[in-house]
Design a protein. Sequence first.
Length: 95
Amino acid sequence: MTEASLSQWFTRMAKVLVVGDLHCPFTLNKYLRFCKNVDRKLACNYVVFFGEMIDKHYSSYHETYPDGLSAGDELDKSIFEIKKWYKAFPQAHVC
């Protein structure tokens, strides 16, 4: 395959940005910026979120931290954080 034909093939194929397991509100600080940069660099035509959007630590089977967030606080902070992701990827699909 020549470089020109490879370039044409690459521009016609579906490019999917897959964002996994946000675990809001405990998402890594630079994850959103990283995903936006990948999306811009690769010109993705689909964005898909999979895995856990909200961490739900308060109700997980893992040992809970007594000084951790309450269920309500975790939900409020998660909503605030997910709004940033929605603003960055408004057409994304959540699986």
